[in-house]
Write a protein that binds this ligand. Structure first.
Ligand code: PNS
Length: 165
């Protein structure tokens, strides 16, 4: 049977414990999970970390969590093309709250129009992570808030260092 591959796209600016929860659960469902770090500005605000830095932080966090069927890649093309290039059968998205739904619903329709052979799969955030988003974590860290229980230790350090500058 061919390997069942999924891509898990996002900005990961920076990776949070919520992302790691979704990635870990996706890694149990698929033979291989390819994390796609988007290197295109998808938000109004420019990313705090470069795509290379975001990839490195993900790799270090994943190493600490011991997932051997997860790899990280940077991409800057259309998500369905990135999925196709990697022979993925699915796109994994994490959902935290109803507020994520509208955006993801629209993306789902668009991506299906582009390629209806790639299925989008949604994983609901565990309740302890449903309030975490990278933007909130960055804002808290900017004002000196403690983010150590929201992100892996190496990310908390990187945030403190970057925001100190
Ligand atoms: O919410 P995030 O983490 O910033 O997610 C970014 C991403 C890439 C998952 C989102 O922008 C998306 O689903 N894009 C799909 C549309 C597409 O293919 N865009 C071109 C590359 S971003």
């Amino acid at each position: 049977m061919p390997e069942r591959i999924a891509v898990c796209p996002g900005s990961y600016d920076p990776v949070t414990n919520g992302h790691l929860d979704v990635i870990g659960r996706a890694a149990r469902l698929f033979d291989k999970v390819i994390i796609g770090v988007v290197d295109v500005q998808v938000r109004k605000q420019a990313p705090l970390f470069t795509a290379k830095e975001r990839k490195r932080m993900l790799e270090q966090a994943l190493e600490a969590n011991g997932h051997d069927n997860v790899v990280v890649q940077v991409f800057s093309n259309l998500l369905v093309d990135f999925a196709r290039e990697n022979e993925a059968i699915a796109i994994i998205k994490g959902l935290r709250a109803i507020s994520d739904f509208e955006y993801e619903f629209e993306m789902n329709q668009l991506n299906r129009k582009l390629d209806d052979t790639i299925e989008s799969v949604y994983i609901f955030a565990s309740s302890e992570y449903s309030f975490i988003r990278s933007t909130g974590v960055k804002e808290m860290a900017t004002f000196g808030g403690d983010v150590s229980n929201l992100v892996p230790p190496l990310v908390a350090e990187a945030l403190a260092e970057r925001l100190r500058k």
